[in-house]
Write a protein that binds this ligand. Structure first.
Ligand code: ZN
Length: 295
């Protein structure tokens, strides 16, 4: 094993856990000669920074862990030459197939690389699929955080750092997007309550995929803020939905919140709105609540 230097570009969180700033952030954990890279991220600058950090840590083996299938979290995975790529079984197919990823995320078969897509990322071969909740190599814990995607996982390092991926967002992200993106909004909301009531208090550090790096106490405040924001937006969508198409609904809600409904915002928000309308069916309220107010 090469001598270990202070890794360039990384912020030391605790013990052997580090963070590379960005949106999303990347979490780095080193154990003996293996370095675990959680959500490698996107951009050529990022892959250079990670390769430098890996060399400083004397990595002989790299394991990439992808918390969920969104392109901004996995784009440069191939550039860090991992000998193993871990994801949840549920999210695996969308990590491996970019077309399926786009279709599931947006509901439209937009060709990969199209300018209306916020990110473009190749398929990544998953070689170590796990069930959310299973440990990774006996070193890292995973916790199920479904909703944003079906199989999103959170990661806990042995230094008591909890990485929440996209199950909760920083205040600025909530303000900018207004309607948070979740493939299954109600499940994501239940996950948020679970994070508040069961997970977040257990660990000494809580880190968001897109958000500020803050103390645990401040992170708990941001989680609370996520819950009230998500509840409010849910109510607004369900109030607006009767008599409107999904896209009309989100445009209306975004405009009322003072947001310009750009194509990208509408594409993302429509996923959340569609899933909320589907949840109404789940609750056996049937179409009544959605359609009856049309008259
Ligand atoms: Zn995401």
């Amino acid at each position: 094993m090469a001598p270990q230097n202070k890794p360039r570009n990384l912020i030391h969180l605790s013990g052997n856990t580090y963070l590379l700033r960005g949106s999303p952030v990347t979490i780095v954990y080193n154990y003996k000669e293996t370095v675990y890279i959680i959500d490698p991220g996107h951009g050529s600058k990022r892959s250079k920074q990670l390769r430098q950090a890996l060399s400083d840590l004397g990595a002989e083996r790299v394991v990439a862990i992808i918390t969920h299938y969104h392109s901004d979290h996995l784009s440069i995975t191939g550039k860090i030459n991992p000998s193993k790529v871990v994801s949840s079984r549920q999210d695996r197919l969308c990590i491996e197939d970019p077309r399926l990823r786009i279709l599931v995320t947006f509901g439209y078969p937009i060709p990969p690389g199209h300018p209306s897509l916020p990110f473009d990322a190749p398929g990544v071969n998953v070689t170590g699929a796990i069930e959310p909740g299973e440990e990774i190599e006996g070193i890292l814990e995973t916790i199920p955080l479904p909703g944003h995607t079906p199989g999103q996982i959170g990661i806990v390092t042995p230094d008591s750092v909890l990485y929440l991926a996209d199950s909760a967002f920083g205040t600025r992200v909530l303000e900018n997007y207004y309607i948070p993106y979740h493939l299954d909004y109600d499940t994501a909301l239940r996950t948020l309550y679970k994070i508040r009531d069961e997970y977040a208090g257990e660990y000494s550090r809580v880190v968001f995929g897109h958000g500020p790096l803050v103390s645990r106490e401040e992170a708990l405040g941001i989680i609370e803020e996520n819950i009230s924001h998500h509840e409010k937006v849910k109510e607004e969508i369900l109030e607006t939905a009767p008599g409107h198409s999904v896209e009309e609904t989100v445009i209306e809600v975004l405009k009322k919140a003072g947001k310009t409904p750009t194509l990208q915002l509408v594409l993302l928000a429509s996923g959340s709105a569609r899933s909320l309308i589907a949840s109404e069916y789940d609750l056996s309220l049937g179409v009544d609540r959605i359609v009856a107010r049309e008259a």
